[in-house]
Design a protein around this ligand. Structure first.
Ligand code: ZN
Length: 187
């Protein structure tokens, strides 16, 4: 897989996915998301893949901005697996104001000691930890947002089963960054 590979999907005016490219399906296959391949996502609502509360709300802001201004937005995000940190970017663009295309690409990847808490195949407790959907930092009680690696170092109880679950939202840094990148809606 080359680093310049682009993972693309597009939604129609009703926010239903009507296109994914081969690279997207290949990426899903390689990342234990086989249920997203072979056209399985076509016709499904974008919103069925996005966590409500925080993330959904902010995705709607981004989408409206792109549809109304016709200008694309490029958002950095992390798409980490247990043993890989992946810095990615996503360009959200719309030529027609209806169809919106999401194009993601890898900027940088680094391997790390596997973080088993991130694996879907391990035992989970009822404990919930907030994670930013974009940068993957976690909000530990009484602390600023910090990397998962740092949080694990400081909380030895998080590195063995049962592992905590993660609830997804957006951290204050990512929120500020994204608000700044929104384009002014034309009069
Ligand atoms: Zn964040």
């Amino acid at each position: 897989m080359s680093d310049s590979q682009k993972y693309i999907y597009a939604i129609n005016a009703n926010d239903r996915i009507d296109y994914v490219n081969e690279a997207f399906e290949q990426f899903a296959r390689e990342n234990d998301a086989g249920e997203l391949t072979d056209g399985a996502v076509i016709g499904r609502s974008l919103w069925s893949f996005i966590t409500p509360n925080g993330v959904e709300e902010y995705y709607r802001v981004l989408l409206n901005n792109v549809r109304e201004t016709g200008e694309s937005l490029t958002i950095p995000y992390q798409c980490d697996s247990p043993s890989l940190r992946r810095s990615m970017r996503m360009r959200i663009s719309s030529e027609s104001g209806e169809i919106v295309q999401f194009t993601s690409w890898l900027e940088k990847s680094e391997s790390r000691e596997p973080i088993f808490a991130l694996s879907s195949k391990t035992n989970k407790s009822e404990r919930l930890i907030h994670m930013c959907s974009w940068c993957k930092k976690v909000g530990m009680p009484g602390k600023h947002w910090e990397t998962l690696e740092t949080a694990l170092e400081d909380n030895p109880d998080l590195v063995h089963e049962p592992y905590p679950r993660f609830s997804h939202g957006i951290c204050s840094n990512c929120l500020a960054h994204q608000e700044k990148s929104l384009k002014k809606v034309k009069e």
